[in-house]
Design a protein around this ligand. Sequence first.
Ligand code: ATP
Ligand code: MG
Length: 271
Amino acid sequence: MERNVAVETKDLVHVYPNGGVKALKGVNLKIYENDKMSIIGQNGSGKTTIVRHFNGLLRPTEGQVFLFGEDTAGKSVGDMARRCGYVFQNPNHQIFCTTVREELEVGPNNFKFSEEEKNQEIDKVVEMMHLEGILNSHPMTLDYTTKKIVSIASVLVFKPEVLILDEPTGGLDEVGRRMLTSIINMMHNDGHTVVMISHDMDYVAENSDRIVVMSQGEVIADGTPKEIFLNAPVLERAMIAPPQITSLDLLLDGQGDTALSVQDFVRKYKN
Ligand SMILES: Nc1ncnc2c1ncn2[C@@H]1O[C@H](COP(=O)(O)OP(=O)(O)OP(=O)(O)O)[C@@H](O)[C@H]1O
Ligand SMILES: [Mg+2]
């Protein structure tokens, strides 16, 4: 079945002005509506740079970015950010209000939600992410993990069609990871598109239907988790180790259906 394209880059080049690093070297990428995908690649490969073009934080040096079929060249950051909600890699760069409650109101206020809808969406997110006790706290007094949760909540609250999570598991404990997993699944089940950037291959393997691999400003592979994590030359070129359980399975056996998760592994070896 033909699916609609949510985000498309055409020959996207980005050169940072200071220092002139060519961070993207002509990237062609299509992200489809309702994709649940991850972008992986070593430090400096261009992951953050590419997704920042989806919400207008960065503009192409050359090439084009389309959102839902429309060229974004003439679009405001507001228009783009409403559709592509971006959770920053570092929550300290995203959070700027003096209370958590105000932080959650920024998106709904910018995007002209009615008072009723705003309160309703905030209540939902607060309940789901257990933020009741900290609504009046100053975000900068919170620990890193809680700040991270607040930064995710502040994007979730305006229900962007495309949810971009830049390194979302960084600093999260197990409770936080499970909450994140349920958020990703909820958004995906509700028809949203989820794009995650991560260095956590165990998490990526279990939470993506599609993986795009970047290396030195280019996309070098695009496939299912199995296709990517069993492609040794691609992993080598991108300097990525597969999930630990996959490495273990390959060492033990190297045949049949290779495990990408602990559950896969148990299923395979129990008999
Ligand atoms: N603001 C900036 N000014 C100049 N160069 C930059 C800037 N931000 C990133 N770069 C450079 O652009 C390249 C791509 O960086 P980018 O942040 O997109 O990588 P990344 O894949 O997100 O890396 P990481 O995994 O470390 O987050 C790197 O060479 C980086 O040093
Ligand atoms: Mg990055």
